[in-house]
Design a protein around this ligand. Structure first.
Ligand SMILES: [Zn+2]
Length: 287
């Protein structure tokens, strides 16, 4: 059979992933790239329910899509060579979907997540990396862990005093429309990235393991309007106890017509662009 799949197309050479680089390539990077131009983009999400049609790792996968696109633009437009680090992108916060089958999160009162961060950032800082930008895709991570890490960790505080820069963005809530959990935006973005986006984004969807939702399943959640679940006071609650959740699996708002409109009008692509532009602004401010 003819070999039609090209690994160098799927993984362009100028997109650097920490775990695909060799130890020698990290050394080369540190020689080639001046200290003030080195950048690590950290991808962060969680394993939680996102409706009956989207993968449990949707937050991580979409954050990976955003990080890939930011890295591509930083390389092509700014001549920067960020390294994407996503080794624990799924190690995230316990959420309101914690009791749905398949959800795996970590409680903020257990220091697992903070310790992983502290040790990894310490290690990378020692290697010669000092600029870190977190592309976060899960609101629970942000509320339960990011602030604690940034403001309450003596280890991180000491690194910041030594010159480490640690910034981040809740990428899907900043620029464009804020996404509701498991809503039509999330579904449309996944479909767009898999089938309709420019090729470099469709390749990123493959690298990040995105899978477009099945239309037959979407028909079954059409009309869901449980947006009230997004109220802060409900965040602590167990969403699996709300009505109809065996079918909805934590979808807060879904309209098939809205989903289709976002795809047909191209608005979902424009929304992605607006979010990436916002992300780029924050990253560029570190230089
Ligand atoms: Zn989430």
């Amino acid at each position: 059979m003819e070999n039609t799949i090209d690994i160098d197309t799927i993984y362009p050479r100028n997109l650097l992933y920490w775990d695909r680089m060799s130890s020698a390539e990290i050394s080369d990077y540190l020689v080639r790239v001046p200290a003030e131009k080195r950048l690590i983009l950290i991808v962060w999400g969680v394993i939680e329910s996102h409706g009956p049609a989207l993968g449990l790792g949707s937050d991580s996968m979409l954050a990976g899509l955003a990080a890939d696109e930011a890295a591509r633009r930083l390389y092509e437009e700014k001549g920067l060579e960020p390294i994407i680090f996503d080794a624990w992108k799924n190690v995230g916060s316990l959420s309101a979907t914690r009791n749905f089958p398949g959800a795996i999160g970590f409680h903020s009162s257990v220091p697992v997540i903070r310790e992983i961060w502290e040790q990894t950032l310490s290690r990378m800082f020692k290697e010669g990396f000092s600029k870190f930008f977190l592309v976060n895709g899960d609101g629970g991570n942000w509320m339960n862990h990011w602030y604690g890490l940034k403001w309450d960790s003596p280890v991180i505080d000491a690194l910041l005093k030594q010159g480490m820069q640690l910034e981040g963005g809740n990428w899907d809530q900043e620029g464009g429309a804020p996404y509701l959990h498991g809503g039509h935006h999330e579904h449309a973005l996944t479909t767009w990235a898999c089938y309709h986006a420019p090729e470099h984004i469709r390749l990123s969807a493959i690298r990040n393991r995105l899978r477009a939702p099945d239309t037959e399943i979407l028909k079954k959640i059409d009309g869901a309007n449980y947006a009230y679940l997004e109220d802060v006071s409900h965040r602590e609650h167990d969403w699996s106890t709300y009505p109809d959740q065996d079918r909805l699996r934590s979808v807060t708002e879904f309209s098939l017509a809205e989903y289709q409109k976002l795809l047909d009008s191209g608005d979902i692509g424009k929304d992605f662009d607006a979010k990436i532009a916002c992300l780029m602004k924050k990253i560029e401010a570190m230089f």
